[in-house]
Design a protein around this ligand. Structure first.
Ligand code: GLU
Length: 554
């Protein structure tokens, strides 16, 4: 025992605390029954892509559904994956989607919460304390194997068709005596710290995965690395044990790539006699590409994989959240259909309804959700949010909107705030395309697309007759009866049914005439309510536009 203590002290000369000290510092959380403690644990890469946003969202939701705690832990033990200001970037992305951690890092240096530090590079002493304890019990040892020695072991295993890894008789440093190990350290030899796995590959263990159900594995017998040599930082496995235990995580939701490591994690928790968290292994976010193949959504190839894309497109975060929930839980869409006015927070996420095979990301569907969502917003809300978007991405439009607030809100209010609101805007960015003609700034050289009536003289006749004798905007009924009255005078059917019975008796019908008015005023054949448009444009502008149209036909 004394020898082991000498070895442990040599390996971890700076450890001053014990595991018990940390247990006291980070007591069990005082939460109500069933409250989940979840975490999002990214490397500080500066941004979140859609796949990790989905898992952050699921983590957040899993905690919020139960009045639990959701925290952000920065996993920076792999220095290659760290970038400058990498934490702030992640926080901003999360904030954009209202995913606000209850605890964890709040900028590059600071954190909130009682279970920190929430960044792994600042937890060295804690990892070392836990690892030292293992060395003292003879359950961890220093390994001095060089990369070429490890290659050699692998080559032998490959040659003999044996399982690859550092285990059993292949684990050379396992059999060093404590004295030998002490001597090597004293000689300044580099070492990693390995687990002395007590497992037997022939035993079976079971993971009760929240998403996938029971999965059986052979017990771990690999002497995996716990602490790396160069920087003395922990491996993922060891940090997972220490952090998720001390931060009192109840549900570890993580990518499916970690499933295979479960036997290692289960073993570590058992060795320390810690309660294992529940695990939910999440599938990848997939997409069907142009060739029709299903593949992983790629940061490099797919613009929709970056969170920035939604921001630039002006897709409301609420819509993205609804979409994320749709792909997270297969029963959400039905719930939403049945509860169109309820808030997302009222839906309870169900692990059993998370797809194990991964979620399919479908931009078209997202746009549809966005369209639905936008159709239900008030004109003022549209105005306010569009203004925020335009200030960043379309300054000209921003200024126009800013200087014409009431007019703009009235435009957005056409066929809105009714029982069956118009569904046209798919994003804030798309709105300009739907309303540009309401602003002279964008109506400089319109491309008129007439439909049935294309004869220049006939168009001129309709526009002039209408303006001179039938333009009446006092109310919608009067307005429409005037249009019909003009139709009768000019030889167009004011009644569609009659027209259908005897089309040969007429030059066309009221809708053909209305199209001429519509196109002259907006250049489009399809717009929201023409009366509302005319009322907003007002008589002067109507005159101007008719003249402009007639001119363009000459
Ligand atoms: N840093 C790990 C990753 O990004 C976290 C996995 C986990 O959630 O445990 O894959």
């Amino acid at each position: 025992m004394d020898k082991l203590k000498e070895l442990a002290d040599l390996m971890f000369p700076n450890v001053t605390k014990t595991i018990e000290d940390y247990e006291k510092m980070y007591p069990e959380r005082n939460l109500s029954d069933g409250a989940r403690v979840t975490r999002f644990a990214p490397s500080p890469t500066g941004f979140v892509h859609m796949g990790s946003l989905l898992s952050a969202f699921e983590d957040f939701k899993a905690a919020k559904d139960t009045n639990g705690v959701f925290y952000l832990r920065i996993e920076d033990t792999d220095q290659k994956r760290s970038v400058e200001n990498g934490i702030v970037g992640i926080l901003n992305d999360l904030k954009n989607f209202d995913i606000i951690p209850d605890e964890g890092m709040i900028d590059e240096e600071n954190s909130i919460g009682e279970y920190g530090p929430y960044i792994q590079s600042e937890r060295m002493e804690i990892y070392h304390t836990f690892c030292k304890d293992l060395v003292l019990c003879g359950l961890a040892y220093p390994c001095f194997c060089t990369p070429s020695e490890l290659d050699e072991i692998r080559e032998i295993q490959e040659l003999n068709k044996e399982r690859i890894g550092y285990y059993g008789s292949f684990a050379k440093c396992r059999s060093l005596t404590v004295d030998e190990a002490i001597e090597k350290i004293k000689n300044g030899e580099d070492f990693v710290v390995r687990l002395k796995s007590p497992g037997d590959f022939n035993n079976k263990i079971t993971l009760h995965d929240e998403v996938r159900g029971d999965i059986e594995f052979p017990e771990n017998d690999l002497d995996i690395v716990l602490i790396k040599s160069t920087d003395k930082l922990p491996t993922y496995h060891f940090a997972h044990l220490v952090d998720d235990h001390l931060m009192r995580t109840t549900h570890v939701m993580r990518g499916e790539e970690w499933i295979a490591s479960y036997p290692i994690h289960a073993q570590l928790f058992e060795i320390f006699n810690f309660k294992k968290p529940n695990y939910a292994h999440l599938g990848l976010v997939m997409k069907i590409d142009e060739e029709g193949t299903r593949r992983k959504l790629s940061k490099r190839k797919d613009k929709e994989a970056s969170v920035e894309f939604y921001h630039k497109e002006g897709i409301p975060t609420e819509a993205v959240k609804l979409y994320l929930m749709t792909i997270a839980n297969s029963n959400f869409e039905e719930w939403l259909d049945n509860n169109p006015d309820k808030d997302l927070s009222e839906f309870k996420m169900d692990f059993k309804k998370i797809s194990a095979s991964g979620s399919l990301f479908d931009v078209e569907k997202l746009m549809n959700i966005s369209k639905n969502y936008l159709s239900k917003r008030s004109a003022e809300e549209i105005y306010d949010n569009l203004l925020i978007w335009a200030e960043e991405f379309d300054l000209e439009f921003y200024n126009i909107l800013k200087n014409n607030k009431e007019y703009a809100i009235n435009i957005f209010n056409i066929e809105r705030e009714t029982e069956k609101p118009r569904k046209d805007y798919t994003s804030y960015k798309s709105i300009k395309n739907f309303v540009f003609y309401m602003f002279d700034e964008y109506f400089t050289c319109p491309l008129y697309e007439f439909m049935k009536i294309t004869d220049k003289e006939e168009i001129e006749l309709i526009l002039n007759t209408y303006y001179d004798n039938y333009l009446d905007l006092s109310d919608k009924d009067t307005w429409f009866s005037k249009v019909k009255e003009m139709c009768d005078t000019l030889g167009y059917a004011s009644n569609i049914k009659e027209y259908k019975k005897n089309p040969e008796l007429f030059k066309g019908n009221v809708s053909d005439v209305a199209t001429v008015l519509r196109v002259a005023l907006t250049s489009k054949t399809n717009t929201p309510d023409l009366y509302e448009i005319m009322k907003l444009l007002g008589k002067n502008k109507i005159k101007e536009r008719f003249t402009k149209c007639i001119e363009s036909l000459k």
